[in-house]
Each structure stands twice: as C-alpha cells, then as structure tokens.
Design a protein around this ligand. Sequence first.
Ligand code: ADP
Ligand code: MN
Length: 515
Amino acid sequence: MDSVGVAAAAPDAGPGPAWQSKCPWGAPSTTSISCSLADVMSEQLAKELQLEEENAAFPEVVAAAEGPFITGENIDTSSDLMLAQMLQMEFDREYDAQLRREEKKINGDSKVSISFENYRKVHPYDSDSSEDEVDWQDTRHDPYRADKPTTTPRRGFIGKGKDITTKHDEVVCGRKNTARMENFAPEFQVGDGIGMDLKLSNQVFNALKQHAYSEERRSARLHEKKEHSTAEKAVDPKTRLLLYKMVNSGMLETITGCISTGKESVVFHAYGGNATEDKVIPAECAIKVFKTTLNEFKNRDKYIKDDYRFKDRFSKLNPRKIIRMWAEKEMHNLTRMQNAGIPCPQVVILKKHVLVMSFIGQDQVPAPKLKDVTLSSEDMKKAYYQILNMMQQLYRECNLVHADLSEYNTLWHDGKVWLIDVSQSVEPTHPHGLEFLFRDCRNVSQFFQKGGVAEALNERELFNAVSGLNITADNEVDFQAEIEALEKMNEDHVQNHGKKLSTFSSDGDPPIYDE
Ligand code: ADP
Ligand code: MN
C-alpha cells in the first residue's frame, strides 16, 4: 500500500489557483443499465428483509453512502496524480457513454441486440458503480467472436456450366474478405468496404486480420493488467479515489497511515473531519478497506453463502459485490453490537468495500490486542468475565456468534475489552453457527486458562454458558457430535419448513420456531 499517495490526498496545500474554484469536468454523468426484473426483485427483497431485520437501526449509513463528493467549490488540486486519475476516469466514463449510445443506435427496437460491453473502458468486471454494473457471468459471452465464415460447398464450386465460380474466384474472395472485416472488434476502424464493393486480396486481408487480432489482444492485456493491479494492492486507484473523496468532502481530516495489513483487509488511521447535519464524526477513525483480492475470500464463502440474510444475493453476484457484502456485513454486525452496548467500534460510514468506524486507541496508536498486552492478574480476570458477558450478549441480544473470536480480535482499551473484526460473524442458526461458537469458546478458554485465570470455564462449560444449551457430553468428540446433530436438526427443519429454528433448545422442550 502506498500510504504516501493517500497522505498526499489531504487538502493541506492551502489555497490553490483560481481555476481550482471551478470543477473543470463538471458533475459525473450516471447512466443506468437495465437488468432483468427477476434480478431487481430478488435484490430488492433481500434488501428489504435486511433493512427490516436491522430494525432500521442505521438507515442513515446506507442513505448517506451516495453523495456528491465532488463539488465545484472544494476540489483539491494538490495531487496531480489524483487529478489525472480523476480525469482519466471521467474520460473513460464518457467513452463508455458514447459506446452505449452507439450500441443503442445499432440495436434500435430490434429483438436481437448486440453488446459493446467488452469494449468499454471501465470494464464491468472492475466497474465500481453499482448502477452500471453487470453480473460478470453475463459478460463471459463474447458477442464478437468471429462467426464461422460462409463456406463454399465441399465440392469447391457453385453454379453450372460456364457460370461455375470456384472458391478461388478472385472477386468472390475479395468480397468475402471485405465482409469478414465486419468480424473485427468495433474499435478497429475498417471503413465502409462493403458499401463501395471493395475487394480485398487475401494478402491484404490476412495482414489486416493479424493487426486486428494483435490490437484486440493488446486491449485485453490492458484490462487484465488493470484487474491485476486491483488484486495486488488493497488500495487500487478506485479505492484511493474513494478515500480521497472522503477527505475532500471534509468528512475526514487526514488519513495518516496504515495500522494493519491483513490477508483480507487493510486498516488505516484517520482524523475525523466536520460533522454533517445528521452525523458526528469521531475525532479519530479507523478505515477498514476490504481487499479486492478474490483468493482470500474464496475460503470464507461458507460464512456468507449460508447466511440466510445474504443467501438470495450470493448466487448471482460478481466477486466485487461479494467483497462489498463483507463490508456490509461488518457494518450490520457492528451496529447490532453497538445497540446491545457491547464495546466495539462505532460505524461512521460504509462506502462500497470501505468501512469507516471509530478508532479504538488514542493519538494514532491503536489499542493493543489482548495477545500483545500484559495484564495484571486482576485485569486478566476482569477481561475474562467481560468476554464471557459479551459472548452471552452477542448470542442472546444480537443473535450473533463472533466466529473469529480470539486474543487477536479483542483490543484492550480504557480498562476494558473491545470486540472487533466481525465481518464473518453469523447468526447461531447458521448451518455451522454452533461449531463456530465452539471454536470461539475453545480460543477464549484456552487463552484465559493459560493466562492464569483460575475461574475460567473450560470450552464445553463456556459453550453451554453462552448458548444456554445443555450439552452434557463430557468429552470433546461427543460434544462436537451433539453440536453437529443440533445443526443438522436445524437444517432439516429448513428443508421441511422453509425456515430455520429461531433458537436452539436441547433440554427436551420442543424447539421454538419462528412465526
Ligand atoms: P482483519 O480481518 O485484517 O484481521 P481487523 O478488523 O481485525 O481485520 O483489523 C486488523 C487490525 O487493525 C486489528 O487487529 C487492529 O489492530 C486494527 N484495527 C481494526 N479496527 C480498528 C479500530 N476500529 N480501531 C483501532 N484499531 C483497529
Ligand atoms: Mn482481525
């Protein structure tokens, strides 16, 4: 990550030249692309369900997520690179708009339409604006793959008697060659060869074809390169622009630097900027940028794929959207925790795959993780009971299991424990929810037992204390088996009734169902 570039985005260069006051490229145009009704319906349904579920706890976050960051007044010209990138993006967007217009012109009302999708500058694959995003499956099909050339019959000639024309006929070949140029990519200008009855010799045609193909490959390489750079660094140009806009809008004062680079995210520290009408920005913020590297997220599929809250949306999303869902998930989970009074970062704003929250720590120094801090035995005991409490609250009030709880994701700040990193947290009735909880319990009890807290329950006792379940198995293997049996019961219930149990119960009572 290039933290210098980010720091340079801060508007601390003082008053700029006069032309700065006027935005040179105006407001970005937004064009929408139509998609199928079914897509819209299910996306909407999922959104509605989720909103309902979150009890409208954080409506303003989503609502405020889109805002006209670039205004004529406060454009910052201190970063030439950023300016160039913004101009380039604007140019690309215009280019795409033009392509779209041409596409429309060509297609008209025709039932069969062609698509210029693959020739757009802002390739849908790395497009970031949800309005013009097309699921990547849709773009796999290449509408410009050359059609099979029209063939002369096997026997090699058509016609009769002296009207026979063979496949080697110069005029026929020439016309055919000219027609075949139509198969070149649309940005490859071939002129109106057909209209003027142009006959291309094989030699010329082959040379042209070679050139067209190498041009096509070059353009593909360019796109590929772009995608790679997105994957390599967490802060690709688009993320940087997103961060820049946050600073530019005054929401953040400065982004000071990187706190942590993990496999799945990069976290920055920032000083908060001005409050808006409806939001107070914390003095210090943490910015979690979810890495747009796809590999890292593949093995986390199971957390989100089986989370019923996201189920409808998962199947037809492109990788970029899935990553955004991680950020979204972390936001919702943090909000639930906040509402339950669990010490955790407070959500400031979510923008695409970038989550801004309050900073746990002081003066740019993040609070230490429990694994890195040496606590007195008294504090250690206090921390233990607090975590036990938080796990119960999380389970009962938030209906969540952390699913990655350990001394790595708990910070010691202000004399208490703060929970972080909840993008993977799931509801207890998630198909593997109880297994995740058991793993959490194992981490916690091992850490505190090793840390000399005599009162620390073992993992099985802790599991029962948190879940309220009464699993009696006295060894790990049987215990785990019972957990899996409970999960299976829930799954079977989903299969049979189309909905999950609202809670688990193992003490002989009939399970409580959702109604
Ligand atoms: P990852 O998925 O990469 O583990 P985390 O959410 O755990 O992401 O963040 C990584 C690190 O960044 C944490 O271990 C912590 O040190 C720091 N961090 C994350 N969020 C905050 C925050 N709100 N305040 C202070 N530090 C934070
Ligand atoms: Mn973490």
